[in-house]
Design a protein around this ligand. Sequence first.
Ligand code: C2E
Ligand code: CA
Ligand code: CA
Ligand code: CA
Length: 276
Amino acid sequence: AKSHQRSSYTYFTVDMGVEIRERVRMMHALRAAFENERLFVVYQPQIDMRTGRAIGAEALLRWKTEDGQFVPPDQFIPIAEYSGLIVDIGEWVLRSACFELMELHALGFTDFKMAVNVSQAQFSHPLFLQSLERALNDTQAPAQCVELEITESMAMTDPELLIQTLQHIKRLGAQVSIDDFGTGFSSLSHLQKLNVDKLKIDRAFVNEISDKSGEGSIAKMIVQLSQSLNIKVIAEGVETEHQADTLLSFGCHLAQGYLYARPLAKADLRAWIANN
Ligand code: C2E
Ligand code: CA
Ligand code: CA
Ligand code: CA
């Protein structure tokens, strides 16, 4: 049967067929994992480097398969996006993160912020704003402590829809940051129009701040840009003291990275904040 299919559908190469089958297999496995509650959320602290204390956390999705293996998000998020599963999964991540935020506030960490990744397919879905509003209402999470991370490339596909959606999010009171900033080549005038609250310096530019070579000129430029636009800035993927010191000297006070903490399970996050 296979050879018959191959000869009748010559516009698929064999390799593409394998790849598509693998994607479909993963898509079914991901849906089953979601339904069987094998997805969970971990939280990576975001630190004010001036005090060393956590000001918030980023919610990151994890998938542990039945045989105990972790599938990296970089592998399954694209599948979730491509299949549309990201809409339901993303809503669930948002709600989980809002619930955890409320727990942390109840424990006394009242200024704690929660950042949640929102993918293109989710963000441009007609029911996205409704699901955001419902998540905020149902959990009673204060909107100003909820931050949505969108990517720079999303800023370019449908500028009008994006601007409208961002205005609606603002009316709800939630914050917006641009993730992986510097990798998507969005224009500066566009950036100004979007009126976002924070830029997140991509890990690649933090990596360039090394003891040996680069001095982090792009990271520095992004910090200066954020200052002139009067928006906040955070560096991701900070792994060394040297990077932290350099970023501080640039005027970037917020950071996230292995130097401070890895993404943590709920209980570990609580313990980490309490002891920090
Ligand atoms: P991202 O949003 O850029 O998340 C930051 C990634 O960097 C995370 O990878 C985090 O674990 C990792 N990281 C943090 N600190 C360090 C460090 O010091 N060094 C290094 N080498 N890495 C660090 P992770 O958790 O594997 O997530 C990968 C990507 O998957 C995320 O990149 C995000 O684009 C996507 N993702 C994760 N969770 C979600 C989600 O709930 N929804 C959506 N739409 N995307 C998600
Ligand atoms: Ca992110
Ligand atoms: Ca990022
Ligand atoms: Ca990144």
